[in-house]
Design a protein around this ligand. Structure first.
Ligand code: NAD
Length: 249
């Protein structure tokens, strides 16, 4: 119960890794608010997770400041404080660089990078008053090394990692820690919807030293560690969860 007595917001908690993070936080004793832009998804996730502990949900688009303010007010109203922010919401669309449409470039930047900025700034203002907090951002190995077909996505994840480091420096005086988790290949709906064929899945897996794709729970474990007091002297860093993929040439 490493998160006993703590309250947390998980963005993009309607499915995939976000839902797994919310579940893990609940299992570790936290009270959780999940948000997602998809109401049905969110409702289903809340229903699924309710047996694990106190969970609420708020339909929120992380790219809209007023919606994020409402999410934060709701969470404060329920729990009186916000100890943990897991910035997980994100999208990925496979498109060759030469064919990226302006609207896809913009949408990827808005959700993956500006969403992290908005949620972090609004929550960190609360954490500053509390003089404590932990923010964990969803990076990716794609924010460390390039991958064809994902230039916009890669750019946002690199941005998230450095935004996190910059926030870590500026927020340290208020006892707020900021870190990123960088998963490699985790098989979720996002990967499949993004246009990844079964053949590509096999090809990816063969490049991973542990010879398998990652599971959502394995990413959730990293979030729980960085959000917990066990990581009390860890800030401004990234934790790679990729089965060893990027440690080789
Ligand atoms: N799956 C992987 O292999 C992998 C690897 C590295 C990083 N990631 C990152 O992990 C995160 C979650 O990925 P996933 O695979 O679980 O994806 P997913 O599509 O299953 O889940 C993402 C959730 O975010 C929500 N969302 C999208 N736009 C939103 C918005 N504007 N406001 C609020 N919620 C919004 C979606 O509705 C969805 O429920 C993403 O940031 C992704 O980039 C995934």
């Amino acid at each position: 119960m490493r998160l006993q007595g703590k309250s947390a917001i998980v963005t993009g908690g309607g499915r995939g890794i976000g839902k797994a993070i919310a579940k893990k936080f609940l299992q570790e004793g936290a009270q959780v608010v999940i948000c997602d832009v998809e109401p049905k998804r969110l409702e289903q996730a809340q229903e699924e997770l309710t047996s694990f502990g106190e969970i609420h949900s708020v339909v929120t688009d992380v790219t809209k400041r007023d919606k994020v303010m409402t999410l934060v007010e709701f969470t404060k109203g329920k729990f009186g404080k916000i100890d943990i922010l897991a910035n997980n919401a994100g999208i990925a669309r496979f498109e060759p660089f030469l064919e990226i449409a302006d609207e896809n470039w913009q949408a990827t930047l808005n959700i993956n990078l500006s969403g992290v900025f908005l949620c972090s700034q609004i929550v960190a203002r609360e954490m500053k008053e509390q003089k404590s907090g932990a923010i964990v951002n969803m990076g990716s190995t794609n924010g460390i090394l390039g991958e064809p077909g994902l230039a916009h996505y890669n750019a946002t994840k690199a941005g998230v990692i450095l935004l996190g480091k910059s926030m870590a420096i500026e927020l340290a005086p208020y006892n707020i820690r900021v870190n990123s988790v960088c998963p490699g290949f985790i098989l979720t709906e996002l990967a499949l919807e993004g246009g990844m064929s079964e053949e590509t899945v096999r090809e990816y897996t063969s490049k991973i030293p542990l010879n398998r794709y990652g599971k959502v729970d394995e990413v959730a474990n990293a979030f729980a560690f960085l959000a917990s007091d066990e990581a009390s002297f860890i800030t401004g860093t990234e934790l790679v969860v990729d089965g060893g993929q990027i440690c080789q040439e």
